[in-house]
Write a protein that binds this ligand. Structure first.
Ligand code: FES
Length: 203
């Protein structure tokens, strides 16, 4: 008996239908489980196992490998600052510190309102545009401490329903590594990276 809501079950059916084998849907279904509960619980992983026809241990093996699967609740906006070598050399520690100070949220934590989470992450693949920051996995490049503070204020005050990388790059970024060939117009509505790319498939 599924513990998921009807819309989530419908979405799971639709996602599984895109794969020749249902077990291949394990990663997007894990994001679905996160969206359903606001975090990835043991029960959510068991649910994913049932949908995919694999064991809970196999699901956990996938979920525990990737840092994007959060077992604790994250805020509406997840702000991730890269601190790997290229970004570190161009001031990532200062940018992360500015985000923490402005948000009043230490690295790895979420504010009391459930509005904003802060984390440092490994290389985001945008080293040429260091320092790289993401909000709900939408990328901003060339972020400085001042711009990072402005970004946090914007998230707190404007509370956008959707965050879009291109828009945030204009507002809070500087130098870019390169112009991406594909611009993802929809943006992100939550800290669940599988949803928007899935929605754009086939366009
Ligand atoms: S080191 Fe920061 S994006 Fe690669």
């Amino acid at each position: 008996m599924s513990v998921w809501s009807e819309p989530t079950r419908q979405r799971a059916t639709e996602i599984i239908g895109r794969y020749p084998k249902r077990r291949s849907a394990v990663m997007p279904l894990l994001y679905l489980a996160m969206a359903e509960e606001g975090r990835l619980s043991e029960e959510g992983m068991r649910e994913v196992a049932e949908w995919c026809g694999i064991t809970p241990a196999q699901v956990q093996a996938v979920a525990s490998f990737y840092t994007m699967y959060k077992t604790e609740p994250v805020g509406r906006y997840l702000v991730s600052c890269c601190t790997s070598i290229s970004c570190m050399l161009l001031g990532a520690d200062e940018v992360l510190g500015a985000i923490e100070d402005q948000a009043g949220v230490p690295d790895g934590e979420t504010d009391k309102e459930g509005h904003l989470s802060v984390e440092h992450v490994e290389c985001l693949g945008a080293c040429g545009g260091a320092v790289a920051v993401q909000v709900n996995y939408e990328l901003i490049e060339g972020v400085t401490p001042d711009r990072a503070r402005a970004l946090v204020d914007w998230l707190r005050n404007a509370r956008p329903d959707v965050v879009n990388g291109d828009e945030m790059q204009e507002l809070f970024g500087t130098r870019r590594s390169f112009e991406w060939a594909i611009h993802e117009e929809d943006g992100a509505v939550g800290p669940y990276p599988a949803f928007q790319p899935l929605g754009t498939v086939g366009r």
